[in-house]
Ligand binder design. Structure first.
Ligand SMILES: Cc1cc2nc3c(=O)[nH]c(=O)nc-3n(C[C@H](O)[C@H](O)[C@H](O)COP(=O)(O)O)c2cc1C
Length: 212
């Protein structure tokens, strides 16, 4: 275990303002049949689950059967009317941070991921996120555009990111076989997300205290 990770686990287990174990969702953002993102998200979940500094949950957008946004009222007003929205909102509300697993489609993120982000507002606010991108250029263009969306949703996005190359980290551009160095890269992303998730929980708690 790296010195940095040991430090982070010590911090997470010590009372520096966040006493709760953070729940981090690993969110699979591509939904098409045959998606290679599934192997990527499962890899990330397996590595994350070996850690003791947070709890991790595998969240597949496809399981929520979200149609194209069909809420009549903008999500920032928090008046969700559809069962699928309420179910998705409940899942995201239960999480303190996110690792988004995103493909790159036409230099942006998959429409399914943008749609799932657009469905909600308050449930995303004041939480932390990191990214795993994949594509011919490591998914970096998709992640850069995703970072712009994070600001509007008040999600704090960490600096580190995993960049998986279709040429180096997949066989025949389809079978996921990450280069060895990617595990360390993923753990840095998780280190940063867990710390910021803990810090931002205090913001949400103080907001809740003011409202009550
Ligand atoms: C609609 C579409 C657009 C794509 N555009 C890009 C792109 O801009 N850059 C890139 O690196 N790969 C692009 N690709 C290739 C994807 O990286 C590759 O198909 C990958 O398998 C997609 O992830 P998924 O299988 O999880 O859906 C595109 C694929 C699709 C389906």
């Amino acid at each position: 275990m790296s010195g940095v990770r040991m430090d982070n686990e010590r911090r997470a287990n010590t009372d520096f303002g966040w006493r709760h174990i953070m729940k981090i969702g690993i969110i699979l953002g591509s939904t098409r049949p045959g998606r290679i993102g599934e192997g990527v998200a499962q890899w990330a979940y397996k590595i994350a689950s070996q850690r003791t500094d947070a709890e991790f949950e595998y969240v597949d957008i496809a399981d929520f059967d979200l149609p194209l946004l069909d809420e009549p009222v903008p999500p920032s007003l928090g008046q969700y009317s559809k069962e699928h929205t309420k179910r998705w909102a409940e899942k995201i509300a239960s999480l303190d941070g996110f690792i988004f697993v995103t493909a790159e489609y036409n230099h942006g993120i998959p429409g399914a991921l943008k749609n799932a982000l657009d469905f909600l507002f308050a449930e995303w606010n004041n939480k932390a996120a990191g990214f795993i991108g994949y594509g011919s250029a490591g998914g970096v263009r998709a992640v850069e555009s995703l970072r712009l969306v994070m600001g509007e949703l008040m999600i704090a996005d960490v600096r580190a990111q995993v960049q998986l190359s279709l040429f180096a980290d997949f066989e025949n551009y389809s079978i996921f076989k990450a280069e060895e160095r990617q595990e360390a890269a993923l753990n840095v992303v998780i280190d940063q997300v867990v710390r910021w998730a803990g810090a931002l929980k205090t913001v949400r708690e103080s907001d809740a205290a003011i409202k009550s």
